[in-house]
Design a binder for this molecule. Sequence first.
Ligand code: CDP
Length: 240
Amino acid sequence: MEKPKLISEDGVRVDGRRLDELRPIKMEVGVLDKSDGSAYVEFGKTKVFAAVFGPREVHPKHLALPERAILNCRYHMTSFSVEDRKPLGMTRREVELSKVIREALESIVFLEEFPRTSIDIYVEVIQADGGTRTTGLTAASLALADAGIPMADMIAAVAVGKVEGHLVLDVCDIEDKYGEADLPVAMAPRLNSIVLLQLNGRLSREEFQKAMALAREGISKIYQMQREALKRKYSSVEEG
Ligand code: CDP
């Protein structure tokens, strides 16, 4: 397919956004009954549920660690989340994303407080339109907070892209597909710590610095929305 024009002369993107604009975002915590904590997060057309169980007994028991909890994470895309025919089993991509999401979360959860237990996190992509790992991480950390799991901070995440020579915040699928670079970034903002950073494509040193500044701006807005989503649930519990 021929590459469509993605940014107009006056800097407007395919979906009408400015270069530094996030997609419309929705966040809600405590959306599922069976898990200990849950969240639903939407970035434009990207829609993700996250659910957390635990700390609970490890199965099989011999995998338990005497000094800390095990964090298990499964990132999965539903068969109807993408246009292509997605295999039913876990793809290599899903295994990789489960690992990077887990590693990011391990850096903020106080695992040593729950020896011999496991904390199990499920990230389920309902619809994918770019940025599912960042949306998944944002949802997973909300679900952990909803489960009452002690953490040093929450994680907020977004991807910056380079499209037709411009740096753009919060890339959607078509920008990811036809763009020159894609830089997913996740941070624990209160700790000022970067917990995930991947780069697909090429950026100059100067572009990288600008992209990181753009990511930080987006992340601080997302973090604020996460705090509000948590407050919405817990203030309504107090009132009710
Ligand atoms: O989703 P994320 O940007 O974190 O990861 P990616 O591997 O860079 O994928 C970018 C986008 O490609 C996804 O969000 C989907 O919209 C799309 N994709 C797809 O259409 N089919 C797949 N099997 C995998 C990804």
